[in-house]
Design a protein around this ligand. Structure first.
Ligand code: NAP
Length: 298
């Protein structure tokens, strides 16, 4: 039997995204083992027309892990990688595929300290999900992932086959990942206003978003993404068409007083721009504000 025909699956970080993937696997009879920071007996995911309860428990002590897994989904925030890293050595063997369910374009380098880069499979996570006060997760769209077309991706495709979470693979992952990053970068503006998607109907926010996107686009292309100019308009129009109350996980973190993923969603534009000699005046203004909102002091 090939490893990916019936993989042993672990899910590290059973929050909004992790619980959704766990629920999709459970519904198809492939319940993953759950590992996280906070103990839970089970996970509840609700969506239009239903609810799935994933049996736990969520285990919280890496020292108690006695077996490694074929496939580990990692859905901690990018700000939580270091703190969660002891799990990786406990859960991963030589052949383990580590599928990173995180925003950003730096998954491979961010996990390189803990797992060899060729075992790290980045993904683009396309669905909005949010944690509710009762610890359940509200899934607000059909789950979908995009993966790079590599042999490791087949392990994930097999694991999620015939589940409610669809998976597509692409040979041009870098362009798709950067397109999503551009969307996330603009969503970061919500942190600075404390408003949700409705704010993009303002013409001044529309103008700022397009100016910022031009800067992001120049960096994305320099990094190897192939993206048409129309993408910028599409992203802004996407926010303008969205439900006015649709937030973003970085806004939810801000409102909860949690550290923000500002570096992986916005800072990366400035860092990559600087490395390539591209001016990033909008980022230069936004980043200190996002960083201070995240990390204080004050
Ligand atoms: N939510 C969305 O709509 C969405 C959409 C696309 C992409 N994303 C991206 O997906 C990633 C995950 O986001 P999310 O919204 O699912 O985050 P989340 O709901 O905060 O989930 C993070 C999970 O990781 C756990 N965790 C934190 N520190 C840990 C540690 N040291 N060891 C083990 N587990 C730990 C958390 O436990 P606690 O319960 O103790 O906090 C929580 O279960 C982010 O990169 C985000 O940008 C999110």
């Amino acid at each position: 039997m090939k490893m990916h025909d019936n993989p042993r699956i672990a899910l590290l970080g059973p929050g909004a995204i992790g619980a959704t993937v766990a629920a999709s696997l459970h519904e198809a009879g492939r319940t993953p083992a759950l590992f996280g920071r906070t103990a839970h007996d089970h996970l509840d995911v609700r969506f239009d027309g239903g609810q799935i309860r994933v049996p736990g428990p969520v285990q919280t002590n890496p020292a108690c892990i006695e077996t490694t897994f074929d496939l580990v989904f990692v859905a901690v925030k990018t700000t939580q990688i270091e703190a969660a890293s002891t799990w990786l050595s406990a859960l991963c063997g030589e052949e383990t595929v580590v599928c990173v369910l995180q925003n950003g374009v730096e998954q491979k380098s961010q996990f390189a300290t803990y797992v060899s880069q060729d075992r790290v499979l980045p993904s683009v996570v396309w669905f909005p999900a949010q944690r509710e006060a009762d610890a359940s997760v509200w899934l607000r769209a059909k789950p979908r992932l995009t993966l790079p077309d590599t042999p490791a991706a087949q392990t994930v495709v097999t694991a999620l086959r015939n589940t409610r979470c669809s998976v597509d693979v692409t040979e041009d992952f870098i362009s798709i990942a950067w397109r999503k990053l551009l969307q996330n970068a603009v969503a970061g503006l919500m942190v600075l206003t404390g408003r949700r998607a409705g704010m993009y109907s303002r013409s001044d926010i529309e103008h700022l978003s397009l100016t910022y996107l031009k800067e992001c686009m120049e960096v994305a292309r320099a990094e190897g993404a192939t993206l048409d100019d129309e993408v910028m308009r599409e992203i802004v129009d996407g926010f303008r068409r969205a439900p006015a109350d649709l937030g973003t996980s970085i806004l939810a973190d801000r409102q909860a007083g949690q550290p923000l993923e500002w570096d992986s969603r916005n800072g990366v534009i400035q860092r990559c721009g600087r490395a390539r000699g591209i001016a990033t005046p909008v980022s230069d203004l936004l980043l200190p504000l996002l960083a201070a909102a995240s990390d204080g002091p004050g």
